[in-house]
Design a protein around this ligand. Structure first.
Ligand code: NDP
Ligand code: 2IT
Length: 464
């Protein structure tokens, strides 16, 4: 334990300690899930004190238990004719306010703990959007890296052949996440359509030619930048001229970079799991287009960007040994957009010491509890993932709405709605934080605002 963790453990109330003790006995070894719950329970203790109806209905005990957790075998054959077995999952975490909604992650690290943490976060995030969507998450330990399109297609078909029986437009609507982008959504949708003989909105993130929404690919990254702009505005600041750190180089990182450029900022870094690039001149639109082609079409590594551009350095990082040194580069704003726990205490301290005043999380739970504590005590504008990256799922819900009406809205219309939703999440988080005596604390505010709507629905619907 670091000194900071010990300090935090000592200040945890007996309520939180007892709750977490019981939860860890029931979910042994599920570290990511326990981390995500603890972050919320700390915020919710005061809420259940004020709301006896939540205690009477055992809302906290119920909200940490997924309604359904499905696991299935996925068997597929590679290009050499060899048969492989992966695990597929869908966690239907909470459906009190709408059909389960949340992405699918294909990554070798996927397991129950990671999907339960993501599903749990999704419940609060989806509630914050103010749209009628419950929380879920799924995926597989399949690693798409280095696989041919044909192999990815066969895997997606095998995965959907199991998943299809559990989902539906009014039941559960998956989408993308790490390792699942437009290509995978296409193969998954095609298989669903073939085996059910229906064309319905069972997945979001579809291409606009077959039921998708404009701005869905852009939505998570754009939303994270809108959220940062809203936070900065509370201190009369803007992104204009600001140097920014972005991690990752996938969907979220790419469109975060695009929107930072739109708002006049400069992006100095991008990364993948093997290393990061530092471009002191800034990644401009032309360079971003090059990265998008590298990552989305050629499916290459970010190191190639340094080889192809003058003045750029590439640095390998070993993420199993701690956070990337990317976070030590001086900047004013940071957009972690890769994966969970990518910013530890040492990285957070370095960021604060090197001038970061605003962190808007495109990734889910990218900051460790010690890192969060550092940002909040150092008065950094800290937008937690469940609020800051809600733009992706929000536009997924807009895709569902357009699909139900058999209509398409323009880019301008969807972007306008995305911006308005992010503004409302920002306001609701601030208002809840103020109401509960922690003004400016977006972490507590988002947890409280997201929780109350779901808790009220659970009370209304009785002990089910
Ligand atoms: P992509 O698969 O498009 O990109 C993921 C990026 O993160 C890649 O650069 C990848 O590098 C890197 N990465 C993935 N896993 C790790 C790891 N274990 N360690 C270090 N780097 C890693 O995914 P997205 O951009 O869609 O997702 C990024 C984050 O945003 C995730 O936390 C996801 O949950 C979150 N998110 C995504 C949303 C969406 O709409 N897509 C919505 C809300 C949140 P490499 O290629 O080397 O693996
Ligand atoms: O973490 C997330 O919010 C997502 N991966 C997007 C979920 C969705 O249903 O669009």
């Amino acid at each position: 334990m670091t000194t900071n963790t010990i300090e935090q453990a000592a200040t945890r109330s007996s309520f939180v300690q007892e709750f977490m003790h019981a939860l860890s006995e029931r979910n042994p070894g599920e570290n990511e899930f326990l981390q995500a719950v603890e972050e919320c329970i700390v915020s919710l203790e005061k809420v259940v004190e004020r709301r006896p109806e939540y205690r009477a209905a055992s809302i906290l005990d119920r909200i940490v238990e997924p309604e359904r957790l499905l696991q299935f075998r996925v068997t597929w054959v590679d290009d050499q004719g060899e048969t492989h077995v992966n695990r597929g999952y869908r966690v239907q975490f909470n459906g009190a306010i709408g059909p389960y909604k949340g992405g699918l992650r294909f990554h070798p690290s996927v397991n129950r703990s990671i999907l339960k943490f993501l599903g749990f976060e999704q419940v609060f995030k989806n509630s914050l959007t103010t749209q009628p969507i419950g929380g879920g998450k799924g995926g597989s330990d399949f690693d798409p890296r280095g696989r041919s399109d044909a192999e990815v297609m066969r895997f997606c078909q095998a995965f959907m052949t199991e998943l299809y029986r559990f989902i539906g437009p009014d039941t559960d609507v998956p989408a993308g996440d790490i390792g699942v982008g437009g290509r995978e959504i296409g193969y998954l949708f095609g298989q669903y359509r073939k085996i059910t003989n229906t064309f319905t909105g069972i997945l979001t993130g579809r291409d606009v030619n077959w039921g998708g929404s404009l701005i869905r690919p852009e939505a998570t990254g754009y939303g994270a930048v809108y959220f940062a702009a809203d936070m900065l505005e509370t201190r009369d600041r803007t992104l204009e001229g600001m140097e920014c750190l972005v991690s990752g180089s996938g969907n979220v990182a790419q469109y975060t970079t695009e929107k930072v450029l739109d708002l006049g900022g400069r992006v100095l870094t991008m990364s993948d799991s093997t290393g990061y690039v530092h471009d002191p001149a800034g990644i401009d639109r032309e360079k971003l287009a090059w990265i998008m082609d590298l990552k989305n079409v050629r499916r290459g590594r970010i190191s190639e960007y340094a080889d192809a551009h003058d003045g750029v350095t590439y640095h390998e990082h070993d993420l199993s040994a701690g956070s990337s040194p990317l976070w030590n580069i001086p900047a004013e704003a940071a957009f972690p957009s890769a994966t969970q726990n990518e910013i530890d205490l040492a990285a957070a301290e370095a960021m604060v010491n090197n001038g970061v005043i605003c962190v808007s999380e495109g990734a889910n739970m990218p900051t460790t509890p010690e890192g969060q504590h550092c940002f909040i005590t150092e008065n950094v504008l800290y937008g937690p993932g469940k609020a800051a990256n809600a733009g992706g799922v929000a536009v997924s819900a807009l895709e569902m709405a357009q699909g139900s009406q058999r209509m398409y809205w323009s880019r301008e219309e969807v972007d306008r709605q995305l911006k308005a939703i992010m503004g409302r999440i920002h306001r609701a988080s601030l208002d809840a934080a103020a109401e509960y005596g922690v003004p400016g604390n977006y972490l507590h505010g988002a947890n409280i605002a997201g929780f109350c709507k779901v808790a009220d629905a659970m009370v209304d619907q009785g002990s089910i």
